[in-house]
Design a protein around this ligand. Sequence first.
Ligand code: BGC
Length: 467
Amino acid sequence: MWPSSSLPSASCTAAYRRCGAAFKFHRLRERRTNISCLVKLKGYRGFYNDLDQGGQIVKLTTKLLAATAIVSATSAGAVDLEVMHWWTSGGEAAAVQEFATAVNENTEHNWIDGAIAGGGDVARPVMVSRIIGGDPPAAFQFNHGLQAQELIEAGLILDLTDVAEEQGWEDIVNPPSLLDACTYEGRVYCAPVNIHSWQWMWLSNAAFEEAGLEVPETWTEFVEDAPALREAGIVPLAMGGQAWQQNGSFGVMAVALAGLDNLLAVNRDKDASVVRGEAYGQVFQAYADAREMAEGLDVQDWNQATNAVITGEAAAQIMGDWAQGEFAVAGMTAGEDYSCLPGLGEIAILDTGGDAFYFPVTGDPEIEAAQKEMAALMLSPEVQVAFNSVKGSLPIRGDVDLTTVNDCTQKGLDLLANGDTMPSGNQLLSPDTTNQLNDLMTEFWNTPSMTAEDAQERYAQIIEQAS
Ligand code: BGC
């Protein structure tokens, strides 16, 4: 509980919720107010007071460098490296273990696992508050793209350019957009570790069989199957309760049903007239149908929704390819037990989003050396194969083979090889805009009386304001 004197005000809480962890504020004053809110919310009252007395982010940075970091050199050269991430589902935990083993076995350093349950939206603010609160981990996972930009601008993130040059990232990272997403003003600030794509639907073969249906090959066919699935007591579409799942699925439906040009006009060019147009109108209608198809399953986390597909309680889920890790842990075989439709079977496209590790500045040369060693190790061919085979993602190196890939991963690799790719939402939309869209789409999802037209207009207004 908060002592009443330090309770964040309602407007502070609202500002924090609106702006999330990204500090995407345009005026210094606003920036100070919101950082103060975050700091207060996390209980760092000393920093709060300093900032109130006229502190700026530069001052905060200086203070951070002097602060004691949680990462520590244990003996000459050996460092305890706390690594924060949100990989807590069964498949994710198995994958991150590959990194931990690589660090523990190939270096003299120790991987200290800093998993945060609840997904990226819960984890990122915690990570940011640790960093700005002077208690940074050695490394943290973010999606590559715009999420870390403000931390980089504030000088809080270690420059990895020398590692990138030494390991030749420019030649090995594929597609090059992944390295671009780690680069700011010509310097490299993150180590990309995988390619994950959102544009997938996962289907339970058993559920369709039970309903006497063939596994559909497109979204359109799937929608036609929904009544028969219901009759068989199966929830057609699994959806978890977190806002990012609902907004993410909408994005997948948008590119599948309205096409790539329309999606880019909205997400990249911020053209609100396209949101108000007919093609997007159909996506909102389809999304309202999806809301109905998901009735009857009450789960929160994405992997609980995946589990409903695994058990056959639900027939399908729109989710990124990290879902494959869950099918693998459940011992299911792609093609036999479950099927996958990239682009919902409507369009041959995958985004090249994914995860990257960022390394906070600590000012300690020994820690810095260990952080750079870890960054290089994460991109080594062996670790890339070990990690990505378990994670359900694709390696970021064009020069490694995933020796035995399943049907679904092969489909992903083929699309990548054909260049059927697009930028991820995190590369096109600021975290602030994404948070607003998350809020809107979860409101729509949870408010049956809200019409597709209402959501469409409010979506357009957000895009109109988006930077
Ligand atoms: C990450 C994945 C992760 C998923 C669900 C995504 O943002 O890129 O690595 O598995 O969230 O936790």
